[in-house]
Design a protein around this ligand. Structure first.
Ligand SMILES: Cc1cc2nc3c(=O)[nH]c(=O)nc-3n(C[C@H](O)[C@H](O)[C@H](O)COP(=O)(O)O)c2cc1C
Length: 406
């Protein structure tokens, strides 16, 4: 197995309901993503859904039988057994018709019957024409389903079926639904419902209107931590410099450019944060003066005087709420542990994540990292080389331990 691939849904069972909407072709990819992540995926299709995509497509992608009928011979009571076995139910797409039937408690086909027989969390992903979505009947049904405890992922705005133009009603992309399924499958732990702020990526300090000082940070580690905290049920603010990766689904993203911008955003986030994770690599130096126009090549190379940028952790220390957990990162190239422990003490951190920039497979830009976690009590835990998504979970496991002790 490649170190960059993980199976976060291993041993989880997902019932994927597919109803008769044009977006059902995207559900095949969702079934693939869930299966690839290790989940056992039981696909239940409405009769209308089978007009759009053949059950054999889902059967081939999940490696499991696809269920279509309430009265199929040899499969009596499947509505109860499938519903009981599921750790989560995702209905994508959910048609207007299905939402109406679910909202009124009908059980006239296998999927609606499964919904009534289920006790696990349910995510409904409506997709339809924009006028169908805006209709008060649909809106009332969606609202009512929300009050019953079903989670509803609202449709995106965008191109609808051919000739229908664009508007709200389009099913979110499978990767987005997949991320929401991850949050649905999570057993609530100490981070559920907490406010978490995560910084990620580099910052940029302008030299002139077209040039800047920065570093090689990709933001992958911070993005992975924000994604994992959101999956664990936290309300996450991701404060991001220019990222080399797509921001994760779920967290609110505040895009910043300079170290001073990042410090301002961190100060604002600290007003409500229960946890701050500083995974960014802010630029430490800034040109003493920004040239108002592009610096010309001229005959001699220019000399650039540098100032220190603001120290984010030090300058925002007074904004921390009592009891908030603060996690820093230290990327060092020499005397790694001594420097990191000094930073832990000086910046009054609860935990510091140390990586050695000179080590292969660790640090900037790569998909993996090898870190050591140092805590205030003198504890030290060296983790093996792992995908950054797993490093993120290991860090959050430690943080949850610290939160539990407060
Ligand atoms: C070509 C075509 C596309 C359709 N697309 C949608 C759609 O995107 N969303 C929707 O709510 N209904 C859509 N419908 C209507 C549903 O298929 C219809 O309401 C059906 O009864 C839904 O059954 P089900 O909810 O049991 O799957 C479409 C119908 C056709 C013929």
């Amino acid at each position: 197995m490649s170190l960059a691939s993980t199976r976060p849904f291993a041993s989880r069972r997902v019932l994927l309901g597919v109803t008769g909407g044009i977006a059902s072709y995207k559900s095949a990819w969702l079934a693939r993503l869930l299966t690839k992540a290790g989940a056992a995926v039981d696909v239940v299709m409405t009769r209308a859904a089978t007009e759009f995509v053949g059950p054999v497509t889902f059967e081939a992608l999940t490696g499991r039988p696809v269920h279509t009928g309430l009265f199929d011979a040899g499969r009596a009571l499947e509505h109860v057994t499938l519903a009981r076995a599921a750790d989560a139910i995702v209905v994508a797409p959910a048609t207007a018709d299905f939402l109406a039937r679910a909202a009124s408690g009908q059980a006239d086909d296998l999927l609606t019957a499964c919904l009534l027989a289920a006790t696990c969390p349910v995510l409904l992903v409506p997709a339809m024409n924009d006028r169908m979505w805006a209709h008060p009947q649909t809106q009332r049904n969606v609202h009512h389903l929300g009050t019953l405890g079903y989670r509803v992922l609202p449709p995106d705005e965008g191109m609808l079926a051919a000739g229908e133009g664009s508007g709200p009603g389009r099913m979110p992309e499978p990767e987005t639904i997949f991320a929401h399924a991850g949050r649905l499958l999570e057993t609530p732990g100490p981070l559920a419902g907490l406010r978490v702020a995560v910084t990620a990526g580099p910052t940029r300090e302008a030299l002139d209107p077209v040039r800047f000082l920065s570093n090689h940070s990709s933001g992958k580690m911070g993005a992975a931590i924000a994604a994992a905290a959101w999956r664990r049920g936290a309300d996450v603010d991701l404060i991001a410099g220019p990222l080399a990766v797509a921001p994760p689904v779920g967290p609110r993203v505040t895009a910043v450019e300079t170290t001073a911008d990042m410090a301002d955003a961190v100060r604002r986030a600290l007003a409500t944060a229960d946890l701050l994770v500083m995974a960014a690599a802010p630029a430490d130096f800034t040109p003493a003066a920004v040239a108002p126009s592009k610096i010309k090549k001229g005959s001699r190379p220019p000399t650039v005087a540098l100032d220190f940028t603001v120290d984010i952790l030090a300058s925002t220390r007074d904004a921390r709420r009592p009891g908030a957990v603060i996690v820093g990162f230290a990327l060092e190239t020499d005397d790694v542990m001594a420097h990191a422990r000094a930073k832990l003490e000086a910046k009054e951190l609860d935990l510091i994540v140390v990586n050695d920039a000179t080590e292969e497979g660790a640090g900037f830009a790569v998909d993996t990292n090898r870190v050591t976690l140092l805590d205030r009590a003198g504890g030290s835990e060296a983790l093996p080389l792992m995908p950054k998504s797993e490093v993120a979970d290991a860090i959050l496991d430690r943080v949850e331990g610290l939160l539990g002790g407060r």
